[in-house]
Ligand binder design. Sequence first.
Ligand code: GLN
Length: 280
Amino acid sequence: MNIQETINKAANVLKKNNIVTAYLDSELLLSEVLKKDRSYVILNSKEILDKKCLYDFNNLIYRRSKGEPCAYLVNYKEFWKYKYFVNKDVLIPRPDTEVLIEETLKIYDEKKGLKVLDIGTGSGCLLISVLKERKNFSGIGIDISKKALKVANFNAKLQQLNNRVKFYNSDIDKFFIGKYDLILSNPPYIKNFDLKYLDRDIVNYEPKIALDGGSDGLSEITKVINKASSLVKKNGKFILEIGCYQKNEIVKKLKDKNFYINKIVKDYAKKDRCIISTKI
Ligand code: GLN
């Protein structure tokens, strides 16, 4: 079978399994098997595939048809301008989280050497992307999951940032090191009860520890706000990702901790997703 026929067949299997991005996923998975990029697959549609390649590809399509996300099948996800290593120990970076990077870059230029803290760093994608854009910044990422930090460290090495970034395995409540000019966080904020209504790709494969915000969805975010309040410098900024219906409650919590609200930013789906505040 040639590339085009193979893709068509696989995309039909995925479509039957309710996967909306059936063609895109098939092209991506085949390019991974061939160790080429997606344009190769598109431009060489008549190339005949050998048995081994078809076997490996069909195996990936089978796993995808059961809901396993592409990012875990190919072990990477593009985020911001970079390719991040991911596995099932970390949340797959979401395009919506890029909003936090855009806002950070709008506020700070290259000149100053700021100290940044990322609370619940996961794959490290947020902190690493900011440090790549601002060569004078240095950063610390903390996470409760040791396994996630292995991934974050690996990504920092891939991006040659080892000398500007450090990761600590710590519960948020037990971290007391340093004072920071900027604190970033994308904490777990989904209501425990709502977890089961997420896409099956998410709920069956992504780490619950990175999603579960307790019974009201606010338990982890509240801890993060309290900690940020004690670790941020006066006039320092706190840039936080939130669930789309949490704005009012979180604004109140921030104000209670002496944060001035600068801006609330929507994500690509026009939902409230990010709060920028300043410690006063
Ligand atoms: N935005 C993610 C989702 O919709 C949730 C991320 C988080 O809880 N921090 O699955």
